[in-house]
Structure formats: C-alpha cells, structure tokens
Design a protein around this ligand. Structure first.
Ligand code: AMP
Length: 284
C-alpha cells in the first residue's frame, strides 16, 4: 500500500492505471476510519483493480464555529485499517496542496442543497462538491463509493456528476450501525457515555416513525411532532432538523409515500449527529 501526498503523483498513478486498463475504485473520507468506512472499502475492493482511499478533512466544507480543528485524526490507525482492507493507495493531501495560494474555483449545486444540511450549514455543500470534483479529477475513478448515512450529500454528488458530465459511477451503500442501532460516525468519539446513550434517540426515532407508518399514520407533521417530543425529552439533545422528504428532490412532504425518507440532525451536547431511513418497507 502506498501513501501519496502530492496531487501530481496521484494523477500520474491514476493515469498509468487507466492506460493499463485498470478499473479505479475510490472511497473519499475524512479519516478516523470505522466499520462504516470499511464496508465502503470492501465494496470498492470488489468493484475495482486499484482501490484508492482519500483522507482529507476538507476545510471548505466546515462553517465557522464547527469542528474542523477538533475533527478526530489518527493516521497510524487509519493506515493499518486501510492495509487490512486491501487499499492500494491512500491519498492524503495537505490543505495547501488542494487549495494553493490563488485558488478561486467553487462548485455550487442548486435546489437540492436548499433544504436540510444545506440550510443549517450554509456553504457546506459548496465545499463538499468542490473537493469531491477535485478528487474525481485527481484520482480519476470509474467507481466512487459513498454511504447513505450522508443521504443529502450522496444525492448532491449524484446531481453534480450528472450535471458536470463526470464519467464516474456513484454508488451509495447502507448505513453501518453499532449493535444497539447508533449509526457509526467518526464524531461518536466526542460523546460521553451518558451522551452516547442519549444518542440512541436518533435510531429510535427512525424505528418509531416506521412503526407509526405501518400502523397507518401518514401525516408527516403529526409524525414529526411525535418524534420531536420524544427527542426533546433527552436532556442533552437539541434538534437541528427532523424532516420527511422525497428521496429524489429532498423537498418536504405532507404525506408519507414510498419515496419518503426521514432525515434527522440532532446535537447531543456539542456533537451534531445525523441519521436517516426510508419509512415504507419496500418489497421487490
Ligand atoms: P466521512 O469520513 O464521515 O466524511 O465519511 C466518508 C464516507 O463514509 C461518506 O460517504 C459517508 O457517507 C460514509 N459513511 C460514514 N459513516 C457511515 C456509516 N455508518 N455507514 C456507511 N457509510 C458511512
């Protein structure tokens, strides 16, 4: 496994792999790897000949007062996990390598970024789209693998690749959870044991909403109000949003249907956690 820090070296490796007829699969992350990331790498290993993992805590997607400085980092552990997962190259650029002096270009995806994280974290998706498009140009993958955990991010990246004619297949994989239901996240490490137990309210809200829907309740406002009451009972919880949206447009819905996704962002103490899930069980 190689560790590459320079953009030009990564581009050269990608170009030679392409010339040799190899399929490059790519998993972009901010590091501090957990099993959710490892599930993406496992899929990447199966889908490509050259598996590239990027680790980059991207400054342009963090707002003022967010946790850019404090974001957990452990390169030694990440390298070991990546090696075990069969990664061929870890691409770890410095911020100055990605955004050198004079850098001036940003990508804005409209519409689908208006709601949810787009409205509560202004500029977030501009930073995400900018860095992901740069990473696509540097790593040149045929396949890029993301998690459904960041549901809106995945939808935005799919929109961007389509709109910008980027030749990459964007795959979304299921949310990997702890055995008690908590969605895995690098940020879970911030939680105290007491907050860790309160954080279960996110996955419990998903389960509760599914229960309400299967019992015949389809009024979104009523479901959201019930969940809001439950979440507000947790002393350290502060709701950023609890919304039911159409899976494609991410616009709010009035009534639950087969396209409904419940999306939650809740602060537990200072830690902002997100989760989501479909509300209607689909039978193929
Ligand atoms: P991050 O390092 O948090 O930016 O995440 C990198 C990628 O891993 C993104 O595509 C995330 O959606 C995905 N990811 C994060 N947590 C999980 C999880 N629990 N299950 C599956 N994928 C995840």
């Amino acid at each position: 496994m190689d560790i590459i820090r320079s953009v030009s070296e990564m581009q050269q490796r990608a170009t030679s792999a392409r010339v040799a007829g190899k399929i490059i699969s790519f998993v972009p992350t901010m590091g501090f790897l957990h099993q959710g990331h490892l599930s993406l790498l496992e899929a990447g290993r199966k889908r490509g000949d050259l598996l590239v993992l990027s680790i980059f805590v991207n400054p342009t997607q963090f707002g003022q007062g967010e946790d850019f400085e404090d974001y957990p980092r452990d390169l030694q552990q990440d390298s070991q996990l990546a090696q075990e997962a069969g990664v061929d190259i870890i691409f770890i650029p410095e911020a100055a390598e990605m955004y050198p002096t004079g850098y001036a270009t940003y990508i804005d995806v409209e519409g689908i970024t208006d709601n949810l994280c787009g409205s509560s974290r202004p500029g977030h998706f501009r930073g995400v789209c900018t860095v992901v498009s740069k990473l696509f140009n540097i790593v040149q993958p045929q396949v890029a693998i993301f998690g459904n955990k960041d549901f809106q991010q995945l939808a935005v990246i799919k929109r961007m690749t389509l709109d910008m004619n980027i030749q990459v297949e964007v795959l979304g994989l299921p949310i990997f959870r702890e055995s008690d239901g908590l969605a895995m996240s690098s940020r879970n490490v911030y939680l105290t044991p007491e907050q860790r137990s309160q954080a279960l309210v996110l996955s419990q809200s998903l389960a509760r909403a599914k229960q309400l829907v299967s019992a015949g309740k389809t009024d979104c406002a009523a479901i959201i109000s019930q969940l809001t009451n439950d979440i507000n009972k947790k002393p350290d919880a502060r709701i950023d949003y609890v919304q039911i949206c159409h899976q494609k447009t991410l616009a709010d819905q009035d009534d639950v249907d087969v396209d409904s996704v419940l999306l939650l962002a809740v602060y537990i103490g200072k830690t902002r956690l997100i989760d989501n899930g479909f509300l209607v069980i689909k039978h193929d």
